[in-house]
Ligand binder design. Structure first.
Ligand SMILES: [Ca+2]
Ligand SMILES: [Ca+2]
Length: 272
């Protein structure tokens, strides 16, 4: 009994020291446990304050696309699998506060620091990334289409990361029970299991992958000089069928779908 008592005290001291050293990490993990977030590693970029999650935690065999039974499905969503290594992806769409740190003008139709920057063409997103990379010495980029869908699903296989149905007030979209007619401030809705916000709804998000109707592997690559690039996730003015993890849209690099509803989030290779 005496020995086990001493052992308990030693363990408590050891845990206490560990907690003292990693206070902020412990706070993040506690918050993550509360929200069922399984991508524990968080990294902050210091110029913009943008936060990134490491996805996945180890290389995994991953499936994208939708089953033939999914409501609203289109014929360019063929299910297929591949292996994915680790990468970083931003917790939120790029906000106007983050954008204004880097760029001298703001193209957004709806203005506000915590709103995502809207009305962004693929080419304009590249300008932001190039400028941020020069400032930071990092290699930020858009996510590939495959990385985007893996991140959006966060381990789920349903049409949406919160379930099969669009439901009420799960995202900012058209007629889906949310209070926003404009863009919503980022983090207005619950995150997915990877701790990512607004992967569905709010703004369409540009990827660095060229659109091909039939998946041929290009969805796992960043491409220069493509005729059209894939956008994902649906936006504030889209109905339920567009707001699905497997749904795909496309636009020319200089174009903006319906003018204002395009934004983006950043990704970066993991060095591990
Ligand atoms: Ca709405
Ligand atoms: Ca979005």
């Amino acid at each position: 009994m005496k020995n086990s008592g001493i052992l308990t005290i030693v363990i408590i001291i050891f845990i206490s020291v560990g907690c003292a050293k990693k206070g902020s990490d412990q706070a993040i993990i506690a918050k993550d446990v509360e929200q069922n977030i399984i991508a524990k590693e968080v990294w902050s970029e210091t110029v913009t304050g943008m936060k990134f999650r490491k996805i996945p935690r180890k290389s995994i065999f991953f499936r994208i696309g939708s089953p033939s039974t999914e409501q609203g499905r289109k014929d360019d969503e063929k299910q297929h699998t591949f292996t994915v290594g680790k990468y970083w992806i931003a917790e939120t769409e790029v906000t106007q506060k983050q954008w204004n740190t880097i760029m001298s003008f703001n193209p957004s139709k709806f203005k506000g620091d915590d709103l995502p920057v809207d009305s962004v063409s693929w080419n304009l997103a590249q300008k932001f990334i190039k400028t941020l990379n020069t400032r930071t010495g990092k290699k930020f980029r858009l996510p590939t289409e495959a990385e985007w869908e893996l991140a959006a699903r966060a381990g789920t296989t349903t049409a949406r990361y919160w379930g099969e149905e669009i439901g009420e007030n799960n995202a900012n979209c058209g007629r889906c029970g949310d209070p926003w007619d404009s863009t919503a401030p980022v983090k207005s809705f619950a995150p997915n299991n990877y701790g990512l916000y607004d992967m569905l709804g709010n703004l369409w998000e540009w990827t660095c992958s060229e659109y091909k109707k039939t998946y041929d592997g290009i969805e796992q690559k960043c491409v220069e000089g493509a005729e059209s690039y894939v956008l994902r996730g649906g936006a504030l003015n889209n109905s339920a069928k567009h707001v699905r993890a497997a749904n795909r849209a496309r636009s020319r690099p200089a174009g903006k779908l319906r003018g204002y509803n395009c934004g983006f989030r950043l990704a970066m290779d993991s060095t591990e």
